[in-house]
Design a protein around this ligand. Structure first.
Ligand code: ZN
Length: 229
């Protein structure tokens, strides 16, 4: 029976994107809302700013992810096309190149050459893509899905502080919002660490630290403008 160790590295792609999206949603919306609240705005104005921030942030995440994943896919496609041409034009040189890569990784010359021969016979382009270019899953990048997932996770994160604005009494808004947002961030860090099998304390601290810093800065800016106005 085939035994496979249960590593979690393959999960890090979507996990990273989801945590990043939710983290951005919580931090930017909570900070925005705190800044507006610190300037002395009414609840309605605070909510309008928060909802606008949610939409703007989700769209910006989607656009950024789409552009980044598309250009990554374009680069990989171009690299593989070039490699396909080289394989057709100079098969001996490409074999030597693959052999040299395996020698560098620790095989002796004879074995490296043998491995290169067999892998070339099996799927030359896949072998060159993986071992020379570092492209493991050929054209696995899906820009539209990545864009929608980023926007959705951002929106989920952004909704949390907005719900708190509705629930908290006006007098306790600032501190209540800051405390609950830090709690959400800590929970997100915990979830991310659990899902990825990484150390919990480090993850929670990292996520909470940047959130606290962002909220403190925007609250400070809002308070300055509130006093000046
Ligand atoms: Zn090659």
């Amino acid at each position: 029976m085939r035994h496979r160790e249960r590593h979690k590295t393959h999960r890090t792609g979507w996990l990273r994107a989801a945590v990043l999206g939710a983290n951005d949603g919580i931090v930017s919306t909570a900070s925005l809302v705190l800044g507006v609240a610190a300037a002395g705005a009414e609840t309605k104005a605070i909510l309008v700013a928060g909802v606008a921030g949610l939409v703007a942030g989700a769209m910006s995440m989607a656009a950024g992810e789409y552009v980044s994943v598309s250009s990554q896919a374009d680069t990989e496609r171009a690299d593989l096309d070039r490699e396909r041409k080289e394989l057709a034009a100079n098969p001996r040189q490409e074999h030597a190149e693959l052999t040299a890569i395996y020698v560098e990784r620790g095989l002796d010359q004879a074995l490296a050459s043998q491995v290169a021969t067999q892998l070339t016979k099996h799927d030359a382009l896949a072998a060159h893509g993986r071992d020379e270019l570092g492209i493991s899953e050929t054209l696995a990048a899906r820009p539209v899905q990545a864009a929608m997932a980023s926007a959705a996770t951002f929106a989920v994160g952004a909704v949390l502080p907005l719900v708190m604005v509705l629930l908290l009494p006006a007098g306790a808004l600032m501190w209540g919002l800051a405390a609950s947002s830090l709690l959400f961030l800590a929970l997100l860090g915990l979830l991310a660490a659990r899902a990825g099998g990484a150390p919990v304390i480090a993850s929670v601290t990292r996520v909470s630290f940047w959130g606290a810093l962002a909220m403190a800065l925007t609250a400070g800016v809002g308070a300055l403008f509130g006093v000046a106005a």
